[in-house]
Write a protein that binds this ligand. Sequence first.
Ligand code: HEM
Length: 187
Amino acid sequence: MRDEHEIKVWDPLVRLFHWGLVGAFAIAWLTEDEWMDLHAYAGYVIGSLLLVRLAWGLIGTRYARFNDFITSPSSVVGYLKDLMVLRARRYIGHNPAGGAMIVALLLSLLITTLTGMLAYGATGAGPLAAMFFSQAAYGSELFEEVHEFFANFTLLLVLIHLAGVGLGSLVHRENLVRSMVTGTKRV
Ligand code: HEM
């Protein structure tokens, strides 16, 4: 039974999306150049998770919706300034800086996935490869470069994301990672 001081924040879909993304991203990262079939399938899992999450951002539960956590640049800057002096307000859902980071992660992952399909689909990797044979003759080197750039950029975002989660947990004395596992936070 749930504690009366706890509130449900992350629904099962958000949690499944998050930990599925962590697993698929790790597999894609580790298999790059080494095991192209598995790399392509991990990419398709990431792409499918992104599509589901984008729809859920529009029709999902309260804290999963984009309009709950996408705020103006000035509130992101304001939040970061407050965070630097350890005075940031606590949010039940994503804080403004976390919200901006989520948008950046989703966009960067989307570009990485699409350019991966275009670059490696043309060489026969992945279940939709047949769709990309026609562009094998042109562009795939460019797609490959863009893919690599955004894969590295996503990793950089993930590192900043982890630092943000750590700092947010410290400032508000709560375990944000645990919340992403259980789905609950203290009221
Ligand atoms: C072990 C590593 C990771 C941990 C511990 C972790 C932890 C978290 C936590 C605690 C949150 C919720 C933040 C909040 O309370 O506002 C979150 C959200 C999120 N994280 Fe991570 N994260 C990890 C790796 C990743 C990776 C590798 C990615 C992407 C490739 C990622 C993408 C996201 C996204 C998109 C959200 C927003 C979730 C949503 O609203 O759907 N995370 N993460």
